[in-house]
Design a protein around this ligand. Sequence first.
Ligand SMILES: NC(=O)c1ccc[n+]([C@@H]2O[C@H](COP(=O)([O-])OP(=O)(O)OC[C@H]3O[C@@H](n4cnc5c(N)ncnc54)[C@H](OP(=O)(O)O)[C@@H]3O)[C@@H](O)[C@H]2O)c1
Length: 335
Amino acid sequence: MTTAQALPTTALGEIRVGAQGYGAMGISEFYGDSDLAESRATLERALELGVTLFDTADVYGAGHNEEFLRDFVRAHRENVVLATKFGIVRKAEDPAYRGTDNSPEYIRAAVEASLRRLGIDVIDLYYMHRKQPGVPVEDTVGVLAELVAQGKVRQIGLSEVTGAELRAAYAVHPIAAVQSEWSLFSRDVENTVVPAAAELGVTFVPYSPLGRGFLTGAAPVGDLPEGDIRRTMPRFTGDNADRNTALLAPLRAIAEARGHTPAQIALAWVHARSAVHGLSVVPIPGTRSRTRVAENIAAATVELTAEELAALEPIGAQVAGTRYADMNFTAVARE
Ligand SMILES: NC(=O)c1ccc[n+]([C@@H]2O[C@H](COP(=O)([O-])OP(=O)(O)OC[C@H]3O[C@@H](n4cnc5c(N)ncnc54)[C@H](OP(=O)(O)O)[C@@H]3O)[C@@H](O)[C@H]2O)c1
């Protein structure tokens, strides 16, 4: 396994951030129980190793994730670029329910609630987490621009938008970042939103860059514990799980030959998208382990050869199963 080297920096809108960020979602829910002391230590380790962009959302753990980050963010306010999101709504009585709300009233209440939970007075990057059907993205960005003018938000981001939506949004106010799923297993963003982001100079923040753990070769695929969200995800279950596991062969072979882990090669592939598509790329892998966060950060300086990239290229088109069981919640459904 590669040991950590200095993490380079890259542009995120008007500021610079470590070229790899940290996704905090798994600390609060979705991937099994967390050791909160180790999770907190993992945040500290990430910062020590050069990560500055820390990603959360109001919906992760229904507020728990933002509250958990509070002490860490306040202790390191000058060095942390805090990103959070609004727009996905849940129902306490139905844990599986997911809805969207992009109304001005909702956004204005959500930003206050996130600021309060995080214990800060400005959010560095505020994302629309999901677009609400029927609400033009221009209207949503108009409300976000007011929050920027009021000093509550520094920069605006959008998650799971199409290329056309990004262009329409950008015409209203500069967009610092698009956050959507992008990995060896999830390449649909390359259709419209990556080209639009490259053209507009918008930073791309790939979420689930390890395919929710699948690409590490270590996730409990097909044998997921009760309550793990991946039990609902077509790629992790049934025949698809076996077919997709077989696709990891070239990843494992490159990892072994280079003395890295499969996770590091999967992340190096995401970092390589920057040069391929001509845009700033800041993946945000999530882990609750100090060891694994160091492993993941070290991947940012692993350069893959043209031959290695070519060997990995066929994987994406062969993946069995969609990213979510219900793809209506994604940009793909609107492309
Ligand atoms: N905008 C959106 O709609 C959206 C959707 C999903 C996620 N996100 C954001 O993106 C972030 C990352 O995505 P993600 O957490 O879904 O998926 P991910 O980063 O692709 O994978 C996370 C999973 O991989 C495991 N893992 C991480 N590094 C590892 C390593 N080196 N070796 C072995 N296992 C490793 C983690 O387990 P351990 O924790 O046990 O290490 C966890 O189960 C989230 O935290 C969240 O901030 C955004």
